[in-house]
Design a protein around this ligand. Sequence first.
Ligand code: FUB
Ligand code: ZN
Length: 679
Amino acid sequence: MRDEHENRAIDLKNIRITDDFWKTEQELVRTEVIPYQWEALNDRVPGAAPSFAMHNFRAAKALRARSHEPGFTAPVFGKVPFEVLPEDPAHPDPGKFYGFLFQDTDFYKWIEAVAYSLTDHPDPELQKTADEAITIVAGAQAEDGYLDTYYILNGRNAEFSNLRDNHELYCFGHLTEAAVAYAQATGNSELLGVAERCASYISSKIGAEEGKKHGYPGHEIAEMALVRLYEETGEEKYLNLSRYFIDERGKDPKYFGLEGRPQPEHEKPNPVFSYYQAHKPVREQDEAMGHAVRAMYLYSGMADIARLTDDDALKEACRKLFSSVSRDKMYVTGGVGSTHIGEAFTFPYDLPNDTAYTESCAAIGLVFFSRRMLEMEPKSIYADVMERALYNGVLSGIALDGKSFFYVNPLEVWPEASHRDARKLHVKNVRQKWFGCACCPPNIARLLGSVGAYAYTENEDTLFTHLYMSSEIKKRVDDREVSVKLSADRSSPVKWDVKILVENAPSDFTLALRIPGWCGGKYELSGVPESAVCKKDGYLYVKKDWADADELQISFSCPVRFIRSDTRVRENSGKIAVTHGPLVYCLEEKDNGPDLNLVMIERGTEASEVVFENAEIAGRTAEILLVPGLREQPVTDQGLYFDAEEKTDTCTPVTLRMIPYFFWANRGENEMQVWIRRA
Ligand code: FUB
Ligand code: ZN
């Protein structure tokens, strides 16, 4: 159910991405990631941590099939840990639940990625595999609509007893996102039926009415998923449940304080509500706090509800939270979450590079949040952040061959420290084949598969271009089908040239073009009279009497830039980062030798002195930056501390070879660094 006047993500059926860069990513998802992850979900990847996701659905389906047999007794919840591992890893019990309590979501994210891939590239064999898997999931769903294999297999008497930690609503959220995507892509609505039945069961147990639990998700996502379900089905009850979760969160008395959970010592006397973004009603929140992925998903749901219900207080809270994230707590890569302790935000400007957590899912969540802010109010500040996270913090989560993944995306790595320093054990130096907690890999797949929905949004008569990627778009305006063909030429190192062919557009069609922050306000628009262009909030709105086939060009300056941080980011004092367009660059030991801490860029060096070179890295062509730099001589024979004499402080000129950040760690374990000392 789309309201024509609203600004909404473009329907993926109406976009075909032809862009070299993004098509490569999408083809990787289609040809490598999806098949690989299906093997992982079925525990068939040698040497990778088993997922048990499909194992659990099969076990729950078998349990349901047995439930009508005489003498059947349902499992009763005892002391079950959040992660269950088989006693004998070689012989898991086919009837038992294994993995983390939210393991179901690994499958849901995968099937969502499959949906996007099928939209773009029909594949009967893949669809058959997916359809069959959905039938297993549907068979696992309890007759009353409940679906969560952890509780189904361990004992439903504990269901919804611990909304703070139990992830049932998180699993439901991912189920719903997948179900809507799959129905839209294939017309098969079996999973949508599963999600709707599950939603009805949840709203029979949780809500404002007497006798229901007045709770909300401990790990958010259901909020935005319910909005999607509402938009797909037009059923207001889903919108209302989402709004209930948003409105109820953080109210006194705090629901998470009432659930009767034993309070751990470290939370006494005050339980930690901010970790779950439940410390205050959401409209009063103005600082991004707690677990970063949860925060991003909540804020995304808030932005959805604010837009749909035109709730000014909620809109204002979203703006403040977006600003808190992007102005005080975001890495230059668009990564968020500074500490592994609780996978969380810390305090403003605390952005350590080598212990950063910056979970791939958190950067993905920031992309979700930014897109929803754009839907709420198209301002280029949101698109700038979305693009930063997408090209850097998200893409770094996946290897160039699509077969291994980062969960944590640091900005500086010294492999020995990651091996030997307990504070850095979360930092892996090479991507992993899979994870026991595998939230990130399939999340990356679903985002890359749907990247077109982040590039464009549309309302009744306007097509907003937020990201520049070659693509073909169809859009209905009045009774016409407008065709927009955009071709982005990024072959020049100093500018991005974008050609746009608009066909069959009526005069009330408007094309809104984002002016990217990285062009520094330098762009040239040609092919349209000045009177047809109006600039607002970082977008050029082009509206004119369109010819049948009308071509315009916009060229954005794309200089290499040396970037500093706000001086309150102590980690980056005296350092610079190097960017080119939306890409953040880094140094790797492979190209620059060890001890990257000794490398510097001299003050006075201009970004315009940087030279470009194309290089092959792990089978992909990367644009490398050659930056004039210095390397300090190592001093290792003067004792641990010694007088700072000039003679020990010598440097030799070197050429620094910098690669795009997301290319790092594709050539084995080695040092990496984004922020570079200034000499
Ligand atoms: O709790 C579910 C997922 O697991 C979170 O989103 C990730 O941060 C990881 O903890
Ligand atoms: Zn994750």
